[in-house]
Write a protein that binds this ligand. Structure first.
Ligand code: PMP
Length: 297
């Protein structure tokens, strides 16, 4: 079946969906995006993703030209057109066509692209055996220069980090902020699980340290207390990572990925931990029942 891509109000078969080389998204990375997932005929945390897109747009003074509801309907329409009930959705809004200068005022209309595709799942072994990761030398962008809370098309900070992780043979890499505090990974948020005074904490850095306010991250912070754990947003260094009982990553594509070693230090007993597994099960249950319906069941 042909996969159609939405480009500025029209649908094109995947191979024919194109944008201009004069689009400032291409020339300068001037634009924003979202990665959204649909499970079991439902778009998961749809409102949250659309809200984050519009918050990113506000910071960049990017006038999308559609209301949030109109944007949601375009996404649902694209999913229906492609007959997808399980999907990965990539929603992109770039500054649009301009001249060769930087000035965004020259770009009169943003380019809106919606790609809905089959989700390529991570290998199941990843969740069984866990990942070994490393700390990267590339630091997170400082919020005063380019705030990591903005999900912009300018992902070079993360890509430089990913190149370093690749060179180290690691699946992911931890990025610290300018002060050396743990911020997040190149494409996922990070959590530590630890015990203190009879409580089990599920803890992640606050977004202001220099992390994306991840939607999977926020879902885990919501689920944790329902399972008897204490959710926490806390600033920490690598010391806390190395000494945690469990560490895991969160993201729309990866869901909840267990970490078993960081910089050669084995985490816990070197296997995905029970809290991580329980959170993953609870998360997957939620994805099956919650969300905005795509088509009648
Ligand atoms: N941090 C970064 C840098 C990301 O790009 C992403 C999304 N892939 C995440 C965290 C996870 O965010 P979410 O749970 O909203 O997908």
């Amino acid at each position: 079946m042909t996969n159609y891509v939405y480009v500025n109000g029209e649908y094109f078969p995947k191979d024919e969906a194109k944008i201009s080389v004069f689009d400032h998204g291409y020339l300068y990375g001037d634009g924003i995006f979202e990665g959204i997932r649909a499970y079991n005929n439902r778009v998961f945390k749809f409102e949250e993703h659309i809200d984050r897109l519009y918050m990113s747009a506000k910071v960049l003074m990017l006038e999308i030209g559609l209301t949030k509801d109109e944007m949601k309907n375009k996404v649902l329409e694209t999913l229906r057109k492609n007959g997808l009930r399980e999907a990965y959705v990539r929603l992109i809004v770039s500054r649009g066509l301009g001249d060769l200068g930087l000035d965004p005022r020259k770009c009169k209309k943003p380019t809106i692209v919606i790609i809905t595709d089959k989700i390529s799942l991570y290998p199941p072994e990843l969740y069984e055996t866990g990942l070994s990761i490393v700390t990267l030398a590339t630091r997170k962008n400082i919020p005063e220069a380019l705030n990591p809370k903005v999900k912009s098309l300018n992902y070079l900070n993360n890509i430089l980090g990913k190149i370093e992780a690749n060179l180290a043979g690691a699946a992911e890499g931890v990025m610290l902020n300018q002060e050396g505090y743990v911020a997040e990974c190149t494409a996922d948020n990070i959590f530590v699980v630890y015990k203190r005074m009879g409580n089990i904490y599920v803890s992640t850095p606050p977004a202001h340290v220099g992390a994306l306010e991840g939607i999977t991250r926020n879902t885990i912070l919501e689920i944790a207390p329902k399972l008897g754990y204490v959710p926490e947003r806390k600033i920490f260094t690598r010391h806390a990572l190395y000494n945690a009982d469990e560490v895991f990553l969160t993201g729309t594509a990866a869901e909840i990925a267990p970490i078993i070693a960081i910089d050669g230090r084995v985490i816990g007993d070197g296997k995905p931990g029970p809290v991580t597994k329980q959170l993953l099960t609870a998360f997957r249950e939620l994805t099956m029942t919650e969300g905005t319906k795509i088509m009648p069941d």
